[in-house]
Design a protein around this ligand. Structure first.
Ligand code: FBP
Length: 357
């Protein structure tokens, strides 16, 4: 083991699980582990309840969503082993062909959220209309993209789950209508995502904080690894699908030329959640402008844009459709798409200056 590596492990005793494995040993049991110093997801949510009177229902909903790692890992591996990464013969409301995993993930989260007894209905990228749950009088509605970046599954790329929590605004004993859930994103009470990649991370935002957690499979729980995240004012990367460059509006072509003059790197993973996570931690900007094929862009206001816009704004970043902040947009339909620009304030402002010239 080289000296530098030895120095970085100097605080670890020989029976530390990692060194055991590193030296070819096996992990005998969870008790082998040194307990985490950092708090777990449940502890942090309890603290938020105490300090900011976040309703216990919100904690229960986020904890229910946080049960997905095992399911998602098994479902992805099953899909790969059975070579079932193939699309199924159905399309979602925005005409994208659904993957079997999209539907499996949708069903998993419907069950998990129904079990909380706190959610009266879900709206999902994989369901054409509102999905009423068993507890019709429950106080919250969840909007979600069960599986973002599903095209990445067959190539083992990063994927994610996006979620927003809205308070129900109509009387509990009245049947919930689609119009009841078409509210601007600033009415969210919490939002977050789970990124399934080299590690599994969960990020959630409330009106007070944005926290990041890393999943530890040995204790089947999320450990606080990124407390109180603030998005850097600017970054060294941008994310955009260059293949549509000639179809983008001129202000976008000018903005990309501006990014290139600054020698910013283009990093585009094919999964919005993964690109956004990079920008949340290191600064940067993600752009999905309108194209000739998609005059309103590709991303769904309710399931993708509002979720990340809420997190970005809580973390000091910005999100816009080029004309107005995403969180101010009054949705016209469940599966409405909007042009989407999100990231560091210092990178969004010059774009908006070009867009509104
Ligand atoms: P899905 O939710 O259907 O995966 O669509 C969203 C998305 O996959 C984003 O994650 C990604 O950034 C974008 O679409 C990629 O689109 P394109 O292939 O047109 O660049």
């Amino acid at each position: 083991m080289n000296a530098k590596l030895r120095k970085s492990f100097s605080n670890l005793t020989t029976d530390t699980p990692f060194l055991k494995i590193y030296n070819g040993g096996t992990m005998s049991s969870v008790t082998d582990r040194i307990p985490h110093q950092a708090p777990l997801l449940g502890q942090v949510l309890q603290e938020e309840q105490a300090n900011y009177s976040i309703p216990a229902a919100i904690s229960a909903i986020i904890q229910a969503l946080a049960t997905s790692p095992n399911f998602m890992q098994h479902a992805v591996i099953q899909t790969m082993l059975e070579k079932e990464g193939k699309p199924v013969d159905s399309f979602n409301a925005t005409g994208d062909r659904q993957q079997k995993l999209d539907l499996l993930a949708h069903d998993f989260f419907v069950k998990a959220l129904d079990n909380t007894q706190e959610v009266c209905a879900i709206i999902s990228e994989e369901a054409d209309s509102l999905v009423p749950l068993t507890h019709s009088q429950a106080p919250y509605i969840v909007a979600m993209d069960p599986l973002d970046g599903s095209a990445n599954v067959p190539i083992n790329g990063p994927i994610g789950t996006l979620f927003s929590i809205y308070p129900r605004r109509t009387a509990p004993d009245t049947p919930l209508q689609e119009a009841d859930v078409l509210v601007p994103g600033h009415q969210q009470v919490a939002a977050g995502y789970i990124l399934y990649s080299t590690a599994i991370v969960l990020v959630y935002a409330t009106p007070h904080r944005v926290h990041g957690f890393t999943y530890d499979p040995d204790i089947n729980d999320f450990v606080l690894t990124h407390p109180s995240i603030y998005m850097p004012e600017s970054g060294l990367t941008y994310a955009l699908n260059h293949s549509y460059l000639n179809n983008f509006p001129h202000y976008i072509q000018n903005y990309i030329a501006y990014c290139r003059r600054q020698e910013l790197s283009c990093r585009y993973t094919g999964a919005l959640v993964a690109d956004f996570h990079r920008h949340l931690l290191e600064g940067g900007i993600y752009l999905y402008p309108p194209t000739l094929k998609r005059p309103n862009g590709k991303l769904r206001l309710m399931f993708e844009c509002n979720v990340l816009a809420f997190i970005a704004e809580q973390a000091g970043g910005m999100a816009s459709d080029g004309k107005q902040p995403i969180l101010q947009i009054m949705p016209r339909s469940l599966h409405q798409c909007v042009p989407f620009y999100i990231g560091s304030k210092g990178m969004i402002q010059p774009l908006l200056a070009l867009a509104n010239k």
